[in-house]
Structure formats: structure tokens, C-alpha cells
Design a binder for this molecule. Structure first.
Ligand SMILES: N=CN[C@@H](CCC(=O)O)C(=O)O
Ligand SMILES: [Mn+2]
Ligand SMILES: [Mn+2]
Length: 325
């Protein structure tokens, strides 16, 4: 101990504005009792990626990026400083056995949902293979589930060529009868990023596909209004899967499968804002962010921003509709 003013331990020596709370401060480690509100679960897996990926690093970096933001929404004039984001931690993958990893993901997410019935989980991948496990866990816990998938790709590849990977999660879910094709809505599918065989598979299985042209023509909000209307009469909960490569490469340099002609970050943000205010949406994942490829953490930062928008719009919806809770 010493008494030299302005000389602090390195972790505390940063500039602190007394009028501002950083969003990173909202994260609170789960203490084992039932939590409510938004909860983060890390699924740090990228060994299953078809192309080189360090997406296993994303949960750590996305959490860190929350501190790039304050807790105040100027648009809503609402400060989230007293909100909590429960941090459930990361699920440990097996080092070599991918099937063991998958069953750990299903089992842990299922148990978290069982013990925290009021939690709205945001699962941080990882590559997109993790959604096969998280959506399976959802179906086991919540019954029939509808999925809204933002993605440049169908992710309906055959399993014969390479086993379960980031290119196959929705095919696994359909073939494993965890979801029905007619309960899957794909938004942002784009040219020269898929094969005809898989677009045909989507058609044959009743999957609704909105290509990038349709996203530009109709707008995200109209598509989502229609999607929620269709799904809510058929399923008991809706899960939103956000593959960040749905964005144009200009907005998401940290995705392994970047490309031109994708969505703007503004369109995706507006989509997440809309979905956050839909009570049928009971969970979300954010996948395919590789911090080792990213530029100035742009893609991780945008992921953290989506989490905050989800928190904000869920909180505003609750305040308006259930002020007593
Ligand atoms: N989730 C991503 N799926 C894409 C990209 C695969 C990759 O290049 O890693 C796909 O199947 O084409
Ligand atoms: Mn993709
Ligand atoms: Mn994908």
C-alpha cells in the first residue's frame, strides 16, 4: 500500500467518467439461482468450420467489446445501468471428439434453460455448427421451435462429405426432426455463395428463403413481420440465429466467409430491434465471428451492439406491456 495520488493498480488506472456506465459493467456471473432477462452462454467452437476459423475466440472478445459502449440509449432516453446481463460462462468443448462436444452443448444449454425458465439466452459461437446443438436444446426445453436465420448461406450441406460442420446445422436439425422445414426462415441468402442442390433442398423441405434481392426490395421489417406472423401460429417459441456473414464484407470483416452484396449493419440492427420486442422470440445466437481475422474488432463490436439493442428493445417492450414486473 502506498499513498501516492493518481498511482493506481494498472487494472484501475483508466479514465473513468463519473457520469457514464460502460455496458461491460452489466455483465454479472451467474450465481446458480434462477436468473431472468438476457443471459450470455459462450460456445467457443470452431474446429468444425469448413474454412479456417478462430471463432472459438469470439465469446471472450464480444464480451470485452461491451465496454466499447455506454449503457445509455439516446433514441429511447433510457439508461440500462441497472439492468443485468447474466454471464453463464463458456461451455468447455472436448479437444478432439466433436460428437462429445455437441452433446455437451446440448446438455449444458438444456440445463441452463431448465434452471432459468425466465432467461432469454444469447449464445455466442463459435462457428455456425453450434446452432445445431443450441436449437436442439431449445426444442427439448420449449417444444416446437421456429427459427429465423440471418445468413448468406443455406447451411443445408450434405453430411456425407464432411460430417457435421458450420455448413450443415439446419440440415441436421431438419433430419433429426428437431425442427420442421416449414418452421425455418432464411434471410439474406446471396448469389455465388450456395449450390443449386441446396436451394432445391430448401424448396423441397418447405423452408422459406428471402434472398438478398428480396431483402432489398421488401425491407427487413416487412420480412420479419411476415415471418413472426407465420411462425407464431405454428410453434411455441422462436429462436433467432445470426450468422454475421449475412452482412456485406464491408461491415463484417471478421467472418471467415465474407463477400459482397450482403446486408448493411443498419438493416441487421433494425431487424434485431424489431425481433427483441417480439415476446415469441425466446433466444438468439451470434455466430461466425473470428476475432483473429477481424479489423479493429469491428465484427465483435457490432455483435456486442446487437446484444445491447436486444436488451434495450426487450426492456422497452416489457416496460410498455408489463410495467409491474
Ligand atoms: N455457416 C457458414 N457456412 C458457409 C461457410 C462455410 C465456410 O466457408 O466456413 C457455407 O456453408 O458455405
Ligand atoms: Mn454464412
Ligand atoms: Mn451460417
Amino acid at each position: 500500500m502506498h499513498d501516492i495520488r493518481h498511482l493506481l493498480p494498472s487494472s484501475e488506472a483508466k479514465f473513468k467518467d463519473s457520469g457514464i456506465t460502460k455496458a461491460g459493467e452489466l455483465l454479472k456471473a451467474w450465481n446458480g439461482s434462477p436468473a431472468s432477462g438476457i443471459g450470455l452462454i459462450g460456445a467457443p467452437l470452431s474446429k468444425t468450420s469448413i474454412s479456417h476459423s478462430g471463432a472459438a475466440m469470439a465469446p471472450e472478445v464480444i464480451r470485452k467489446m461491451l465496454s466499447s459502449f455506454t449503457t445509455y440509449s439516446v433514441e429511447r432516453d433510457l439508461d440500462l445501468e441497472s439492468s443485468i446481463i447474466t454471464d453463464f460462462g463458456d461451455i468447455t468443448p472436448h479437444v478432439t471428439d466433436i460428437h462429445e462436444t455437441r452433446s455437451r452443448f446440448v446438455q449444458v444449454i438444456q440445463e441452463v434453460l431448465e434452471r432459468n425458465p425466465d432467461i432469454v439466452p444469447v449464445i455466442l459461437g463459435g462457428d455456425h455448427s453450434i446452432s445445431a446443438s443450441s436449437i436442439k436444446a431449445f426444442r427439448k426445453n420449449k417444444g416446437p421451435v421456429g427459427v429465423i436465420q440471418f445468413d448468406a448461406h443455406h447451411d443445408l450441406r450434405n453430411l456425407g462429405d464432411g460430417g457435421p460442420s458450420n455448413g450443415t446445422p439446419f440440415r441436421q436439425l431438419i433430419e433429426g426432426t428437431d425442427i420442421k422445414g416449414e418452421h425455418l426462415i432464411q434471410i439474406g441468402i446471396r448469389d455465388f455463395s450456395n449450390g443449386r442442390m441446396y436451394t432445391n433442398y430448401a424448396k423441397e423441405n418447405g423452408i422459406t428463403v428471402y434472398s438478398m434481392n428480396e431483402v432489398s426490395r421488401l425491407g427487413t421489417k416487412k420480412i420479419l413481420e411476415e415471418s413472426i406472423r407465420t411462425l407464431k401460429s405454428k410453434v411455441s417459441s422462436i429462436y433467432v440465429s445470426v450468422d454475421m456473414d449475412v452482412l456485406d464484407q464491408a461491415y463484417a470483416p471478421g467472418c471467415p466467409a465474407i463477400g459482397p452484396g450482403g446486408m448493411t449493419s443498419e438493416a441487421l440492427i433494425q431487424g434485431i430491434q424489431y425481433l427483441s420486442a417480439c415476446p415469441e422470440v425466446k433466444g438468439m445466437d451470434i455466430v461466425e465471428v473470428d476475432p483473429t481475422l477481424d479489423f479493429r474488432d469491428m465484427t465483435s463490436r457490432l455483435s456486442a451492439y446487437l446484444i445491447l439493442q436486444f436488451l434495450l428493445h426487450r426492456a422497452s417492450y416489457k416496460e410498455k406491456n408489463h410495467p409491474e414486473e
